[in-house]
Design a protein around this ligand. Sequence first.
Ligand SMILES: [Fe+2]
Length: 330
Amino acid sequence: MELQFVPNGRRITLHPDCRDVVNSLTPWQRHAIYHQVCRQSFAQTHPEAAIDTGPLTTEGLDVVRGSLSAKEAVSIADVITANLEALGPRAGAHGPVSDDPTDAIISVAQTGDLRALLQDALPRILSDETTVILERYYGSHFRIHGAVTYRTHALTQQVGSFLWHRDTAPMGQIHMIVYLTPSGAASGSTQFLGLNQSARAASLGYHYEHLENRTRDIETIFDGIEEKPDVLCPELAAGDSVIFPAPRVLHRGNLPTHGYRDTFTLILLPSFVPWQADIEDFGADHIFGDTTMRTLITDPFQAPPLELPAAARGDLNITEQWVLVGRMLP
Ligand SMILES: [Fe+2]
């Protein structure tokens, strides 16, 4: 059945007769079809848009220098410190909340002054140049699904999210991490395996590993074959960003060896309209507030997207080859 859409202001909605068809799809297919609709529309309105051969498409990783000035990044980090200090001595301003390794990562409430600063920074983070990078990769507009701010403290033990993994998410999902403190060997960093080698690892059976099977040592996955993993680990200054498709490339974080690291991460997904349109129409609460990070079970045809009821989510076991090998679209 051909899916039909109804114009809805500057957006489109799914024709009600097509709801059952869309509900019968897997979550990956549902998000991919929405992305394809966005691409078709974008190709019509942007006939001059270039076909991308940039690093995000070829490597699955791009670095943007100076998304924010170092001064602005540091001033946001200072507000994070002040907000955590205001919450009391055990809120994680200057050290982990407890001895539990997962408490090394403090999720910082994006409220008050901090939210105002972060929202004000969005047009600089998603500058014209960065928008071009993202639109070329997507072949469409994109939206900000949500944002998260973390302070990560040094710790001697490693924790689960610091193992090699790909995020279980729509294949069009992009994470843009803005570093508010420097990122490098001592200050903690993120390591990546490029798209080709992530696909190679998938062909060797390592793709969406359950937590208990995840490895800290990517060499073990390439054991016994000639190809060796070429781990990418950009050195970043405060204000620099990395952009990567988290469901498509293997990645892992490293804890800082001393002090802490602050990051502001945007979760991006394909969209029918530019990201600013969502903020104009719906405000920004859905970005900075209680955003569901379970993007896979959201309905991309709804604006802003909400979680689907349990009965309409579809099979969450990954059986599709294009998902396993990490392609953006079927
Ligand atoms: Fe991840």
